[in-house]
Design a protein around this ligand. Structure first.
Ligand code: PRP
Length: 180
């Protein structure tokens, strides 16, 4: 199926995304100035947001990645978080900021936060470009949220449907007929 056949509408435009990231980057830079920050991107979905965010920060940071998957090729979380790739950095004593594309049930972020705290990270905060509050199963604080969105299946800007559509510049709503 071609891209334009899969997308119902643009939910958040590329321009709106960049404007909001600039605001978040300013706040994050202010909060972590002179404190040292390890930014941890969550693959795969979080890579595009991380790349844009760190370029807008006015502080220097270290960057590392984890890769997790709980959705596989489906549309619902399996509830089980698979750590496919671990950090290569020791997060002990570090201020960690986890960078996610989207928080839905909260299962992934809660799992990662617990993991880094168990490894004696000094602080662990979260930024998610998108949040679906209506889908939350675990109440986990997200300090830096880009946009709260309704319960729609979104793709683009790093997010996929069955590993496709990650390269769209806008956050788009997937047509129901594609996944139902
Ligand atoms: C998505 C997203 C988050 C997670 C959020 O990842 O990137 O990691 O789901 O959902 P939750 O709050 O319900 O845990 P996905 O498993 O689709 O993998 P991907 O990032 O590789 O596409």
């Amino acid at each position: 199926m071609k891209t334009h056949d899969c997308v119902q509408s643009v939910l958040i435009s590329a321009q709106e995304i960049q404007q909001r990231i600039a605001e978040l980057a300013q706040q994050i830079s202010q909060d972590y100035r002179n404190k040292g920050l390890l930014v941890v991107g969550v693959l795969k979905g979080g890579w595009m947001y991380l790349a844009d965010l760190v370029r807008q920060l006015s502080i220097d940071v270290e960057v590392d990645f984890v890769s997790v998957s709980s959705y596989g090729r489906g549309t619902k979380s399996s509830g089980k978080v698979n750590l496919l790739r671990d950090l290569t950095t020791d997060c002990g004593g570090r201020n960690v900021l986890i960078v996610e594309d989207i928080i839905d049930s909260g299962i992934t972020l809660s799992h990662l936060k617990d993991l880094f705290l168990k490894r004696y990270a000094n602080t662990v905060e979260i930024t998610a470009l998108l949040s679906k509050p209506s889908r939350r199963k675990i109440d986990i604080p997200v300090k830096y949220v880009g946009f709260e969105i309704p319960d729609e299946f979104v793709v683009g800007y790093g997010m996929d449907y069955a590993e496709n559509l990650r390269g769209l510049q806008d956050v788009c709503v997937l047509k129901r007929e594609v996944y139902e």
